[in-house]
Design a protein around this ligand. Structure first.
Ligand code: GCU
Length: 625
C-alpha cells in the first residue's frame, strides 16, 4: 500500500497529466494535503470502561451527511484511496478550475445517534458508505488527552478531525475511542466520519442476518478529556464465597509502577489504595461490611469512586456472584430460574436502532410486566443505556457477540475480528451486575472449524472475565420425536443455550406435548429461542397461522414441554417485540417485520403475552427457586 504522500503525488500528477488542473494548482493541492497527511497519526481505537460516566462534550445532534454509494469521497477512479482534505469544508472558489462536489455546508442532515435507514425513506434499504460531518468548538486543557468516543458505528468506519485521519474501526455494536489529542485545537474544529454498512462474507456478522442492517453512527458520540495518566479499564466484582470482599483491578495508562490508585465505596465506608504494578495494573482487594447483594429483587447499586493522580471516575456498580453447580445456576449462592425473553435493539414505536434511556426503560419495563427477571439481548452487544437500565431495574442479562449463523470460521482474519469485538464488549461492559452470561454465538453450524473458532473465543472470554458464565445458542437435532442436544461445542460452555421452533418452522404446536429431550451435558439448560409469528390484532382459530390465537397456542404447548426438561434453568422465548427484518416480506402480515414479538412494534400486546405472563407470575414454569 503506497504511503499517503506518494499516493497524493501520484494523484496530483495524474490531475496535471490529464490536464484537469494546471501545475500551479496541483502544487498547492499537493502541499496542503501532504502537510495534512504528514500530521495525521492514525491510532488504533482503545476501549474505555465506564466511558459514559466520564464528563464529555456531546457531539450528538444533527450532522451534515453525504450518501456516497461508490465511496468516491475516499476512493478515486482507479480505486486509489484519495488524499483527504476535501472535507476541510473547502468552499467552491470563484476561480476554481475544478468542481467542488462534496460540500457538507449544503448537505442534508442526519441525526446522531441514529441509524440512517429510518431517518430518510430513500435510505431505508441503503447499504453502503455515508459521510458525516459536524463542527464543534473546543478549549483543550493542558496535559490532557482527548478521545473521540463512538458508542457504535455500523459496520466499518473512518474518522478525521480537522482533515487529519485519526482512526478506523470495524464492528457495528461495540464502543471505541480514538485519540484525537494531536488534532483537536482551540476554537473551531470539524470531525468527519465515513460509515459503511456494506455486508461482506468476512464480516462479523456475515452476509445473512434476520435483522435489519441499520447503518450509521447508531449510538452516542462525544469528546472525552482525561489527564495524561488515566484509567482506561477496571474490573470490580464480589469475590466468590467470601461475601465481604470486593476484588478486581484498575488499569492505568501512563502510570509508573508504584503509582497509587484509590478505590472507595463511600456508602459502605470502604476504601483501599492499590499500587500500580507491571503493565499498569493495580490489583484491588476491598473488605466490605453490610453489603447488600445485587439481585432482581434488590438491584442495589453503589457509587464507587476510583482515583489516581489527576484522574477520577465515579461509577455505579452492583455486587453479586453467579456460578453453576451441576445443572443449577446460582445467583448469590442460591439456585435461580431465569424467566426471560429475547430482545433486539429495535426502538419501540419509532423503530430503528434503540439508543436512549427511554427505549431501554420501555423494553425492560415490558419484560418486567411480563414477569421476567432475565433478558437475552440478541444477537450483538446492546447499548450501554440498556445495560445501565438493566442494572437499575434488576433484570439479568445474556449479552452476545455477533457470531451469528455461518461465519467464515476457517478464516483467521474473521477470528481476529470476533476477538476484537469480544474484547470491546467485555472491556466496556464488565462491571454491569446485570450481565451474568457472555454468549459466544448463535445457531452456528456444527463443524470442526466452527467449534475451534468458538472454543478460542470462549477461552478468551474466560481469561478476560472469569467471574461470568459462558454460553451460546446451539442448534438441536431430532430423532423421531426426540430433540437431542449433543453439539460438541457444548463441552466448552458453562450453560447450554438451545433454539427450537416446534409448532412454527416444524410440526404443530401440540407436537411439543409428545416431544422428549435428550441433553448430552450435565449442565444448566436455557431454551434461548422458541415461538412463532402473529400479526397483532389478527384473530382466528388457534390452528390458523399468523393469528394471535395460533401464537398463544404455541406458547401453551411449549410451557408444558419445557417443564418436562429436568435441567431447564431458564428460557428466553423469541421475542419481546416485533422487529424489522429484510427476510420477512409477507405483505399485510409481516411487511418486513419479524412478527414473533409478544408485543407489536407499536406496543400492542398479543394473546401469547398474557399466556407467558401468567406462567411467569404464577411460577408455573421452571423449577421453583
Ligand atoms: C433464529 C434466529 C433469530 C431469528 C429467529 C426467527 O433462530 O436466531 O435471529 O430471528 O430464528 O426465525 O424468527
Amino acid at each position: 500500500m503506497k504511503n499517503p504522500i506518494t499516493r497524493l503525488f501520484a494523484f496530483s500528477s495524474a490531475l496535471v497529466v490529464t490536464g484537469l488542473v494546471p501545475m500551479a494548482a496541483a502544487v498547492v493541492l499537493f502541499a496542503t494535503h501532504a502537510s495534512v497527511a504528514q500530521t495525521a497519526a492514525v491510532h488504533a481505537p482503545i476501549v474505555l470502561t465506564g466511558a459514559d460516566k466520564r464528563p464529555a462534550l456531546s457531539l450528538d445532534g444533527d450532522w451534515a451527511s453525504i450518501v456516497d454509494p461508490y465511496f468516491s469521497g475516499l476512493f478515486g477512479f482507479h480505486h486509489q484511496e484519495k488524499a483527504n482534505g476535501w472535507f476541510l469544508n473547502r468552499k467552491a472558489q470563484a476561480g476554481d478550475n475544478f468542481p467542488t462536489e462534496y460540500d457538507f455546508a449544503t448537505a442534508p442532515k442526519l441525526k446522531v445517534p441514529g441509524d440512517w435507514n429510518t431517518q430518510r425513506e430513500s435510505l431505508m434499504y441503503y447499504e453502503g458508505p455515508v459521510w458525516y460531518e459536524r463542527d464543534f468548538t473546543y478549549e483543550p486543557k493542558e496535559n490532557t488527552r482527548i478521545f473521540l468516543h463512538v458508542g457504535a458505528a455500523n459496520y466499518r468506519s473512518w474518522f478525521w478531525v480537522n482533515g487529519a485521519k485519526v482512526c478506523e474501526h470495524e464492528g457495528g455494536y461495540t464502543s471505541f475511542n480514538c485519540d484525537v489529542t494531536a488534532e483537536v485545537h482551540t476554537g473551531a474544529n470539524s470531525v468527519v466520519a465515513a460509515v459503511d454498512n456494506t455486508r461482506r462474507e468476512d464480516n462479523v456478522p456475515t452476509l445473512e442476518t434476520d435483522w435489519w442492517n441499520y447503518g450509521g453512527l447508531t449510538r452516542t458520540v462525544s469528546l472525552i478529556e482525561v489527564p495524561e495518566t488515566f484509567i482506561d479499564q477496571y474490573d470490580l466484582h464480589l469475590s466468590y464465597g467470601m461475601g465481604s470482599v470486593v476484588e478486581g483491578w484498575v488499569h492505568v495508562v501512563g502510570a509508573k509502577p508504584g503509582a497509587m490508585v484509590d478505590v472507595e465505596i463511600p456508602e459502605l465506608g470502604a476504601d483501599t489504595t492499590a499500587l500500580v504494578g507491571k503493565g499498569g495494573r493495580a490489583v484491588v482487594h476491598l473488605n466490605i461490611q453490610n453489603l447488600q447483594l445485587w439481585s432482581p429483587e434488590t438491584p442495589k447499586l453503589y457509587k464507587v469512586q476510583l482515583r489516581t493522580g489527576q484522574d477520577a471516575i465515579d461509577d455505579l456498580i452492583g455486587f453479586r456472584t453467579v456460578e453453576t453447580r451441576g445443572t443449577e445456576i446460582l445467583l448469590n449462592g442460591k439456585p435461580i430460574f431465569l424467566r426471560g425473553i429475547s430482545v433486539h435493539a429495535e426502538a419501540p414505536y419509532r423503530t430503528g436502532r434503540a439508543n436512549t434511556d427511554k427505549d431501554a426503560e420501555t423494553l425492560l419495563g415490558w419484560a418486567k410486566e411480563l414477569g421476567c427477571n432475565f433478558v437475552r439481548l440478541a444477537h450483538y452487544p446492546h447499548d450501554e443505556t440498556m445495560l445501565r437500565a438493566a442494572d437499575r431495574m434488576g433484570v439479568l442479562v445474556w449479552s452476545e457477540n455477533p457470531v451469528y449463523w455461518a461465519l467464515e470460521f476457517d478464516n483467521p482474519k474473521v477470528l481476529a475480528k470476533a476477538e476484537q469485538q469480544l474484547d470491546e464488549e467485555i472491556g466496556t461492559s464488565r462491571n454491569h451486575a446485570a450481565i451474568i452470561l457472555w454468549s459466544m454465538a448463535n445457531e452456528t453450524p456444527n463443524t470442526d472449524a466452527r467449534t475451534q473458532f468458538i472454543e478460542t473465543l470462549a477461552k478468551r472470554a474466560r481469561e478476560l472475565d472469569p467471574t461470568r458464565l459462558i454460553t451460546a445458542a446451539l442448534l438441536v437435532r431430532s430423532e423421531g420425536n426426540t430433540k437431542i442436544v449433543d453439539d460438541k461445542l457444548g463441552a466448552a460452555l458453562d450453560v447450554i443455550g438451545t433454539n427450537e421452533y416446534i409448532g412454527w418452522y416444524e410440526q404443530k404446536p401440540e407436537t411439543a406435548d409428545g416431544t422428549e429431550w435428550r441433553i448430552n451435558y450435565q449442565k444448566p439448560l436455557i431454551m434461548s429461542e422458541f415461538g412463532g409469528d402473529a400479526k397483532a390484532g389478527l384473530h382466528g382459530d388457534e390452528n390458523e397461522r399468523w393469528t394471535e390465537e395460533y401464537q398463544a397456542n404455541i406458547y401453551r404447548h411449549q410451557l408444558g414441554m419445557l417443564n418436562r426438561i429436568p435441567q431447564l434453568r431458564g428460557m428466553s422465548p423469541w421475542i419481546l417485540m416485533d422487529f424489522r427484518s429484510p427476510n420477512r416480506p409477507l405483505a399485510g402480515i409481516q411487511d418486513e417485520f419479524n412478527r414473533k414479538g409478544l408485543i407489536s412494534d407499536q406496543g400492542e400486546k398479543k394473546a401469547a403475552f398474557f399466556v407467558l405472563q401468567k406462567a411467569y407470575k404464577e411460577r408455573t414454569v421452571g423449577k421453583p427457586e
